[in-house]
Design a protein around this ligand. Structure first.
Ligand code: NAP
Length: 301
């Protein structure tokens, strides 16, 4: 199945990092007859066309999705439902709609009532990315060797095994390891391993920028960020990610993210107490535990 998946017309709404990288790989592997890019700004769509990421572009969603057998919605998560609502009257019978959003449970709840009964919806989340945005950030091979989590809407929903199989086959053909999971579990896991790190990176950059205020001679400001080196820059790389995308993710997955922030605050508080006590052995024990876990993670690929 993974080698035989092919779509005649693919419509990608949101030709950014993820939508653009998907289009590039689908072209490279011959998985689509033609790919149309649909978007908000003409400037970004023109970049997608110039870079040969898509075959044609339009800002008119009706024109873009008409006759498509696969519609991929790759816009920030809070905009997915409005895109699908606008596209719904023009979707072909039997079309498969899928998304790539980083949050699943609420997104599915918003999308399900909007879909015509003749259309399938297969929610997906390729767990791959960079801190860059827009069509110019699209790269080939982004999804190779990475997980893609599919959260089928299940019984009673507008999905069918063939559509799930087709979307699974698509991601497998791009080299992804497909994992099937329920949406709430997805949102809890991703809140810990992806959403929380972004929240911390944004916070750390702002905190360090603020920490230098009034610290210099005569109460002048010190540019602490200007003294940062490799460690700080590696740690905060993801703070260069799209603010629109991350505000949408934090709003939509608020409950799970707040839970993880509280768990993080509690761990940080214990470490703070150990550091306050200058308890070197406990610090070493904590750092050794984390180092072993991270080393094993990297070794395991
Ligand atoms: P991106 O590079 O900013 O691309 C998003 C694209 O969507 C942009 O081209 C933007 O076009 C377009 N867009 C925004 N709102 C739109 C609307 N209402 N109608 C039509 N087009 C619209 O973002 P991305 O990183 O590809 O993320 C896209 C989705 O993938 C998000 O749902 C995100 O949660 C998910 N995701 C991201 C990552 C990651 O690491 N970046 C990883 C996995 C999944 P304009 O130029 O007009 O703004």
């Amino acid at each position: 199945m993974s080698n035989t998946v092919h779509f005649k017309k693919v419509a990608i709404v949101g030709v950014g990092l993820i939508g653009g990288s998907l289009a590039l790989d689908m072209k490279l592997k011959g998985l689509a007859g033609t790919i149309v890019g649909i978007g908000r700004s003409i400037a970004n769509l023109n970049i997608a066309l110039d870079l040969n990421i898509v075959d044609s572009i339009t800002q008119d969603i009706a024109e873009g999705v008409r006759g498509a057998d696969l519609v991929v919605v790759a816009v920030p998560v809070l905009k997915v439902a409005s895109v699908i609502e606008a596209a719904a009257p023009y979707l072909a019978d039997g079309a498969i709609v899928t998304d790539v959003g980083s949050v699943k449970a609420e997104l599915i709840k918003e999308v399900l009532p909007l879909l015509p009964p003749s259309v399938s919806f297969v929610p997906a989340h390729p767990v791959a990315g960079t801190e860059n945005s827009g069509a110019g950030a699209a790269i080939t091979g982004l999804f190779n060797g990475r997980n893609c989590i599919i959260t089928p809407v299940g019984k009673g929903g507008p999905d069918n095994p063939e559509a799930v199989e087709a979307v699974t086959g698509l991601w497998r053909a791009l080299g992804s390891n497909v994992v099937i999971m329920d949406a709430l579990t997805h949102d809890r896991i991703l809140s810990a391993v992806s959403h929380l790190p972004h929240v911390i990176a944004y916070t750390l950059v702002n905190m360090v920028a603020n920490a230098g205020k009034g610290l210099g001679a005569n109460g002048s400001d010190t540019d602490m960020l200007g003294y940062s080196a490799g460690g700080f820059r590696d740690f905060t790389r993801i703070a260069s990610s799209s603010p629109e995308m991350w505000a949408d993710i934090c709003e939509m997955n608020s409950t799970a993210i707040v839970e993880m922030i509280e768990a993080f605050e509690s761990e940080l508080d214990s470490l703070k107490r150990v550091i306050k006590k200058r308890d070197n052995d406990s610090m070493k024990a904590e750092f050794n535990k984390a180092k072993a876990l991270r080393d094993a993670l990297i070794k395991g690929g």
